[in-house]
Write a protein that binds this ligand. Sequence first.
Ligand SMILES: [Zn+2]
Length: 283
Amino acid sequence: MEYIIGAHMPITGGLWKSAERAKELGFRAFQIFTRNPRGWSYPELSEKEAEEFVSATEGFISVNSHMPYLPNLASPNEETFEKSVESLIEEMKRAKKLKIKYIVAHVGSHLGAGIEAGKERVRKAVSRALESVSCDCHVLLENMAGQKNSVGSRFEDLGDIIRGINDDRVGVCFDTCHAFAAGYDIATRTGLKRTMDELDKHVGLRRIMLIHLNDSKGGLASGLDRHERIGKGFIGRKGFENFLGARELIEGRPMILETPVNDYHEYADDYRVLQEIIRKAKA
Ligand SMILES: [Zn+2]
């Protein structure tokens, strides 16, 4: 089985530098924020920046972007909701210029308005964005960790949203830490089997287009979105050995590390651990 591994790369010093960094670590895939993720406003992307990035990413199998932190596609607040939809549209326009195919978006929080209202918001938000921008970019909804008021921690909810949008450009990014924290025990053989069955039943495996590989600082069903370095959390080495054997889920799908590193060079440690685990999983 082929494993396509990469990581979330910093864009400090220019977008194109993220590709150089990924190359330096031997990755064939990576993910970036296309702008500062901590604000609503940011400078426009210049033609030159886009060209530099596109040429630096030549040879990569998969280049992905992650939505910034502030947008909440499930927000019941009209103003936040409108700004969030606008952010997603802008991100799609940037992705088009940067030739990025997949945009990962956290499904969001209904802030107490209820799960049904939250799902309806997300459906509306993603549908509007997909209608507004004509491009091959896909919006990948990321499963959440089961935090209070979160939308999209359960595969049933992701499935409902996706069926409501009914567009081939919507998919799912499966995050190992979030799934585990939401109560899907991917660390054990029976738990993984059940998780895969549910994922296939409610979402459909073909909709899973990207994987986020993170260990979890919180235990099973803890509801905590706290990433950990691979092998050091509650999923653990044994758990990843189990998970990485799930051929139907992993084959051909890029896997992106979002582990808590102080410096991107530290991803090399996670990568080395993963390679050891893969060797064992194959044996
Ligand atoms: Zn993630």
